[in-house]
Design a protein around this ligand. Structure first.
Ligand code: SF4
Length: 340
């Protein structure tokens, strides 16, 4: 028997094609989309405004495609890390970060990652496969706190630009009027800077972009992030400078601050020089969480404050990102599902 299709991850147009092929009226697709994307239905049987006959017919052909988490870990600070299965039989982690006025979910776009950043647990895990749009949306729709979500960041496992098709489909489905109608200003996609894919993303998606920079000197960056070899940041920055960045569409640079490695005044000055041609961008300085058997250590707080003040003085908006979920290995750079 042919495998059943997942409704989660289908566009309205694809649903229309499917219902028409099953002999149902076109408007059934709209009802389906509402059940899947707005009401977050758990089963086709629960779609009570569809006739019994149509529900039975649909159940023969498709499933919702939602899969419950298999593990849940809660931090003392309220951050919750979930392990979700993928349709391919692997697992990915998603991290829910509740705050007073918002709820952010950090989602994974790949099982593992092939970028090999030296300071990252996922990088050490290697690459096991891409998430489909269904796998990405499952992290949102199967999340127990899904109704409290205000922001999605693609900063979990994987390099989103290495799986751009699925990331674009998932973000488009979140923004679609027949779905949750999310504003692109609530979605941020991060990248190490795969130039061609980043430019395609800029042209196709209105969502915010975050570039993981971590060092302003190419040689040093390459030692921390082998991807610099193939996708040099100077070339990337020249391309990014062609576009307008502002509050509507934000470009931010992520910078994990390591003691003695990228936290000197020389690094900070070079960062200012490098980013000066780009107007309206911001830098997020991130505290590093030491990972087992790693030579890297986080920089002291006062260094981070000095860096922030220097960047701000030179007209670059800069924030220090609060650390969340470190005790459950949910913080930046700590996600790893290899042993699950
Ligand atoms: S930091 Fe991001 S891009 Fe680098 S290895 Fe980890 S998951 Fe991949």
């Amino acid at each position: 028997m042919a495998e059943k299709r997942a409704l989660l991850g289908m566009t309205l147009q694809e649903m229309e094609q499917m219902v028409i092929s099953l002999g149902m009226p076109r408007f059934t697709a709209k009802q389906l989309a509402q059940w899947v994307y707005q009401k977050n239905a758990d089963s086709i049987e629960a779609m009570t405004n569809l006739s019994q006959k149509n529900r039975a017919l649909l159940s023969e052909q498709c499933v919702i495609g939602k899969m419950r988490h298999t593990e849940r870990l809660e931090s003392v600070d309220g951050t919750v890390k979930y392990l979700f299965p993928t349709a391919g039989g692997e697992s990915v982690e998603a991290v829910f970060i509740p705050e007073a006025d918002r709820g952010t979910l950090c989602v994974s776009s790949q099982v593992g990652c092939r970028m090999g950043c030296r300071f990252c647990m996922t990088g050490r895990q290697g690459f096991q496969g891409n998430c489909s749009a269904t796998d990405i949306l499952n992290q949102i729709y199967a999340l127990p706190e899904w109704e409290h979500l205000t922001n999605i960041v693609f900063m979990g496992q994987g390099e989103p630009m290495d799986n751009l098709g699925a990331v674009l489909r998932a973000t488009e489905l979140l923004m679609a009027p027949y779905s949750l109608g999310w504003s692109p200003r609530r979605i941020t996609v991060s990248t190490v800077g795969i130039r061609g894919a980043v430019e395609e993303f800029i042209l196709k998606s209105p969502c915010h972009l975050a570039v993981s920079l971590h060092n302003a000197f190419p040689q040093q960056r390459q030692e921390m992030m082998p991807a610099e070899n193939a996708y040099g940041m100077e070339d990337l920055l020249r391309m990014l400078a062609k576009y307008d960045w502002n509050r509507q569409r934000r470009l931010s640079f992520e910078y994990i601050v390591f003691r003695g490695l990228n936290d000197s005044p020389r690094h900070t000055k070079e960062l200012v020089r490098l980013l000066s041609p780009l107007r309206g961008v911001r830098v997020n300085l991130i505290r590093f969480h030491t990972i087992p058997d790693s030579p890297y250590e986080g920089a002291p707080e006062e260094r981070m404050i000095q860096m922030r003040d220097f960047l701000s003085l030179h007209g670059i908006t800069c924030t220090i990102r609060a650390s969340r979920g470190e005790d459950i290995f949910a913080a930046c750079g700590l996600l790893n599902t290899k042993f699950h």
